[in-house]
Design a protein around this ligand. Sequence first.
Ligand code: ASP
Length: 333
Amino acid sequence: MKFLLFFTLIFFGMNSHLLAKDSPIAIAIHGGAGTILKKNLTPEIEAQYHAKLEESLRAGYQILESGGSSIDAIQATIIVLENSPLFNAGKGAVFTHHKTNELDASIMEGKTLNAGAISGVTRVKNPILLAAKVMTESKHVMLSGEGAETFAKQQQLEFVAPEYFHTPRRLKQIDNLLTKEKNARIEAPTNPNFKYGTVGAVALDKHGNLAAGTSTGGMTNKKFGRIGDSPIIGAGTYADNKACAISATGHGEYFIRAAVAHDICARVLYQGVSLQAAADAVIFDKLKNMGGDGGIVGMSPQGDPVFSFNTPGMYRGYIDKSGSVFTGIYGPK
Ligand code: ASP
């Protein structure tokens, strides 16, 4: 009898992972919030956005389906968006005042609260990969500029010529803005209509772990090494398995001051409100009262995607835990 009990315990001990139920998987993304109006987008351009959003969702979802981590899914998803000229991240990033592209990114793991971020890089093809390397291969959380690029070389990440990031659309935007600035003889530091297109992702993997990541070129016409919220852990990106995963997009100065991503998770954790209620309180009340525009994509520990944005539109999408695919551009929600 004792013998039987011994073998039963060994059997179940060895196979406990077979008995543990997998967590649901889900992924959600944004591709920037702003004055995105139907009248300004042709059906062809709309279709391009929908297709690219879905392609990026599927890249991450595939990893989640095969048992991969939410951190790996976030990177695979964001790479697709960084490589697309449609978004203000990687190729297609907005121009600075000096007609260069300076890229920021961050990533965070909800299980460990580990995080990595980079700011002001100009030659690393996929900034999100560098942010992830900072998280896993360095003792630091954030690296900037040349130092970040030296670290990227050590990590053998792909480099490109700065011109790789240039696109005619973004060049036209900065040229128009600089001409206006010159004619009006006033400083036009940023233009809210031109700054949007930041990308971000949140995901829940089979192991029940949340992650979030964000990547951006920042705001058109930025100068003085300006950094927005996207690479700031707690502002543009946050993930905590106990609360939620958030990636934000919008006018970074306000998002930093409102600690948007962390505040939403803190409300879930300490007030016990739903993720949607927490996100709406921050985006529609706190942020709006301060004068800040933008939105977030969020994921709950149960795998429910959430969007909240106080702008006319936000490029966005999800594949939820039932496998349904959604992509959207205009508001509300
Ligand atoms: N949050 C970004 C920044 O301020 C811009 C954006 O999301 O559109 O740099």
